[in-house]
Design a protein around this ligand. Sequence first.
Ligand SMILES: C[S@@+](CC[C@H](N)C(=O)[O-])C[C@H]1O[C@@H](n2cnc3c(N)ncnc32)[C@H](O)[C@@H]1O
Length: 196
Amino acid sequence: MSENELRFAQDRLYYFPAQEVSVQNFDCSGIILDIGGGGKGIVGRLKGSQVVAIDLSKEELEGAPFGPLKVIMDAREMRFLDATFSAATSFYSLMYIQSFDHGRVLSEVFRVLIPGSRFFIWDAIIPHRLDEGRDVAVFPVTIDVNRDSVDAEYAVLWPKLILDLPYYENLAQNVGFEAVTQREGERFFFLELLKS
Ligand SMILES: C[S@@+](CC[C@H](N)C(=O)[O-])C[C@H]1O[C@@H](n2cnc3c(N)ncnc32)[C@H](O)[C@@H]1O
């Protein structure tokens, strides 16, 4: 990237205030599916070799810490049998998936979960565009996981829809999930869903 292009890119960024996100452990004795599990590999840091991390990007998976089984796969069309996993997770991954694909991904997660298991989602709350000149939303976060502190910046092209807790909860209920727990910070949420 040339210096000009880089400056242009910087001009497009809208930085939200830094958030502290604490990832609490959860009980699960079987295999856990992590959607978009590359990058910082937060769920892998929490649950290690119990995790199957899928991601579209080989590079993102290679960059994530050792531990999970890493598989290049599209969450919109998973290659797993029905009722395979004892839990599923998504840590700041849904924001990287286009809104028109969210229903498809949630319905795929529902399909591959064993009845009685849960889907845990941590993600950014993205409002309508706040500055017309800046079309990239950047979320700096400090993540507290397994007694470690991990710094990350998650950035996406600003979506057309508001992506918040009610948005995902509604989509999840449409595919059959029941919402069990909801928590919100200033710019992030946690949602626990059950496939009964
Ligand atoms: C920023 S990462 C999420 C953060 C990551 N979970 C962590 O712990 O740091 C988002 C990931 O979602 C992946 N992704 C986007 N669309 C996807 C899809 N349809 N299927 C699987 N992974 C996808 C991207 O390749 C990217 O690596």
